[in-house]
Design a protein around this ligand. Structure first.
Ligand code: GDD
Ligand code: MN
Length: 376
């Protein structure tokens, strides 16, 4: 796919007649949304537009603030999702609630420069399918200033992977600021994974290959109020999104996460066993402790990562842990049973062991998903 760069041109021209919904996922942004509405009012004079805030029941009551603004401005709407979290899924639901011709996706913390919206709209009017706000084309940048070498490295690696996955040469594939035709987005809606932060990547990977893309430069502003929600778990979710797309959605995303955690568990098990053996303990003791530690570790990781959205807390955490141990124990028994049956039937040791492990992990996943993280 070819990506062209569009330089911001003069805006003193007739405005588009197309209707536009600006979808803004928000979490704890009460101090920013009022200013964002004012900024949008400033740049979208003459356009037919609305802004839809999609809030995941923020503790700071962003929804209440949004509704207060909406009470006097009919071009402001708010969707309050209860018991849900996630930038991508919030964005998708915002788009589903729109009936406009065009949709724009942008952050609610004022880091995305709204003044390029008219240029983005013009690009769609002239036939382009997707317009991406980019920090990395001439004229773009970030006023955040210094970024650590580690972050730079992560960002470059992420960008390379993202470009390969989307088969594009986008300069800013991680951008969360873009515009497209609503119909085009809706055509992919059922294919989107909806996980994590990277809705643009998700969208491009789920669309047909021939969409035309234009990048428009902008300067990513510094956040003034509130804080970023991007953490290590979000980065892991990015990795899972990539795996999910590689498997074309045939394997449930939760299963991929669960199985990845399982692999970490195996490593923990071996590490603990080796350390204890080195310290002079016998194999059976060392391996038993290794298994115990890896099960607890897997439970913790699954609770924080795989099932992040229905994370167990308080007494449910301990109930869940006890159930997880029981289930993993039974999974272990099934694993030994299947692998020894295959082995005695003349299959190789590696094949038998692998088949046993696969049955074990599928069992653990199926039961954990239905019993443990559905406790609530
Ligand atoms: N509804 C909802 N639910 N909104 C969320 C959630 C969530 O779970 N998590 C974050 N948001 C909202 C924030 O309130 C903000 O409006 C927007 O999504 C972006 O979140 P930030 O936490 O400000 O992200 P960032 O500034 O670190 O990341 C930015 O840069 C990335 C590129 O590196 C964003 O623009 C990303 O979209 C972009 O991919
Ligand atoms: Mn931000």
């Amino acid at each position: 796919m070819d990506v062209t760069t569009c330089i911001v041109t003069s805006l003193i021209e007739p405005v588009s007649t197309k209707s536009i919904s600006i979808i803004v996922p928000v979490y704890n942004e009460r101090k920013n949304i009022h200013r964002l509405v004012e900024k949008l009012e400033g740049v979208l004079v003459g356009f037919v537009w609305e802004v839809i805030f999609v809030d995941d029941d923020s503790p700071d009551k962003t929804s209440s603030v949004a509704r207060r603004i909406a009470a006097t401005k009919n071009y402001v709407r708010c969707i309050q999702r209860i018991g849900r979290r996630g930038l991508s899924s919030a964005t998708i639901e915002g788009v589903c609630s729109s009936s406009a011709d065009y949709i724009a996706i942008m952050d609610g913390d004022l880091q995305h420069d709204e003044s390029i919206l008219p240029t983005m709209i013009k690009a769609l009017d002239s036939g382009c399918d997707l317009v991406v706000g980019s920090r990395h084309v001439v004229g773009g940048g970030s006023s955040d200033g210094f970024s650590s070498p580690f972050r730079e490295m992560l960002s470059t690696a992420g960008k390379k992977i993202a470009c390969a996955m989307t088969r594009t040469n986008l300069s800013d594939p991680m951008s969360g600021f873009f515009m497209t035709r609503r119909a085009l987005f809706m055509a992919t809606a059922h294919k989107l994974s909806g996980q994590g932060f990277k809705i643009l990547l998700d969208f491009i990977m789920s669309s047909k290959n021939n969409i035309s893309i234009i990048e428009v430069p902008y300067i990513f502003r510094k956040r003034e109020f509130g804080e970023s929600k991007l953490d290590i778990m979000v980065m892991l979710q990015f990795a899972i999104l990539i795996l999910d797309r590689l498997f074309h959605g045939y394997i449930p995303i939760r299963f991929i996460a669960f199985a990845s955690v399982g692999v970490i568990g195996v490593l923990v098990n071996v590490m603990v066993m080796v350390s204890l053996k080195d310290a002079g303990f016998g194999f059976v003791t060392s391996q038993s402790v290794g298994i115990f530690v890896s099960i607890v570790c897997n439970f913790e990781l699954n609770n924080r990562f795989t099932y992040r959205t229905n994370r167990l807390r308080g007494y449910k955490y301990w109930l869940g842990l006890a159930a997880f141990m029981l289930i993993s124990g039974l999974g272990g028994v099934a694993n030994v049973g299947i692998s020894s049956m295959l082995y005695t039937n003349k299959f190789t040791d590696i094949f038998s062991s692998l088949a046993g492990s696969i049955v074990g992990v599928v069992w653990n996943y199926a039961i954990s998903s239905t019993l443990i993280w559905r406790f609530k």
